[in-house]
Ligand binder design. Sequence first.
Ligand SMILES: *Cc1c(COP(=O)(O)O)cnc(C)c1O
Length: 482
Amino acid sequence: MDNPNRTIFDKSSSGKGGYCLPGASTDVSNHIPEKFLRRKKAFLPEITENEAVRHYNGLSVKNHHIDKGLYPLGSCTMKYNPKINDKTASYPGFAGLHPFQPESTAQGALELLFHLKELLAEISGMDDITLQPAAGAHGEFTALLMMRAYHIKNGNPRETVVFPDSAHGTNPASVALAGYKPVQIKSSEKGLVDVDALKEVMNENVAGFMLTNPNTLGLFEKDIIEIAEVCHSVDAQFYMDGANLNALLGRVKPGEMGFDIVHFNLHKTFSTPHGGGGPGAGALGFKKHLSPFAPVPAVAKAGDSFTLDYDKPDTIGRVHGFYGNFANLVRGYTYIRQLGLEGLRAVSKNAVINANYLREKLKEHYLLPHDRVCMHEFVISADRQKKKGIRTLDIAKRLMDFGFHPPTVYFPLIVSEAMMVEPTETESKAELDRFIEAMVQIDKEVDENPEMIKTAPHNTPVGRVDEGKAARELNVKWSPEE
Ligand SMILES: *Cc1c(COP(=O)(O)O)cnc(C)c1O
């Protein structure tokens, strides 16, 4: 049998070719200045076209991905990505556009961006949108720069930005990057913002408060109106980390909860692919008073045509090379148009029902520290299993043997041995039941066959790696010397 771990270089042999261009010369050396020519021939594999296809097809199924199976990665919203998104994104009129093309020749693309802004403003209850940020964290950073510009315009940039201890790590990182001092407040027993703790740190030196709603425990912040009032009493900007918008789509608008700014993760909520780290698409919604500080160019409408507006004297400038990750913006737009408002409402309904179904079934076997009806995700703990020598990490590894991507582990930090499960709306009950069965089976193995868990995974191309070494001595490149 063919060794599945043969590299493309193992399959190479001299003289094999993957192209067939009759009469074409591949010798370009006549046209390239001498100093740019390679001195040594590049070490490239020589294989046929079908070998190349098989090689990459093989690689594509070695890793887990959403087209292969359930991917309940909490906080990441790994939902199925409808293929129609890719179809529209690859329309020649979109895929073949050059970013320096004159506006008059890119009207369709600009119209799509303009319309996407309108849709996102409607969904979020915000006045204005920028599509430039390339991801959620980038949206946070952009928002913080806008807050700073706003406060400077009012005479004082202020010094700190506040967030709860359940916040995603990108929140404090963005705060620091924007030149503010991060201030963390403790969550209440119930896993929500402790409003008294917030009041204690809130003063006129606070530029803003960042909150994820529903929060990273999957719980809705029920004091949201009061929290907004506390912020606004000192004109601190109230920022919503919108990564969990999947729970609210078509039901609640961040703008109406009192938020001044919200970022979208189009690659989470609006189904643009993001397994493997990119490319993402951010987008940021904000209220009128922040509009003058938004990035340029802003896609705008002038009469019957669409333009790129650079005329914003107080802008923070550009945050992206061109206008945002255009192809992913097309995908997100397609998703929203395909579903319509009713479809979006069904998304949040099913995301929440699926999560609650799993939560109820799993809490018989795993500790559920915050036992409340959840939104689109919930956090269980392997504290009980840990007493018997099995940790969350082991359970995560073992889950791979059943064909599932593990949930997010050890986050949020306020739950020990945390497993954060987000099934999303795109999984059937049968698939959720398969996941429950696997989790129950693993819990049984904790007593009956702990070695099986400790040595997992057994069915993956690579077994358990030394994660410390893998992080410190990252080596993902094959080279001929090896
Ligand atoms: C994913 C996520 C982010 C960061 O978004 P990226 O698009 O990965 O940069 C921020 N906050 C929360 C709660 C998230 O889940």
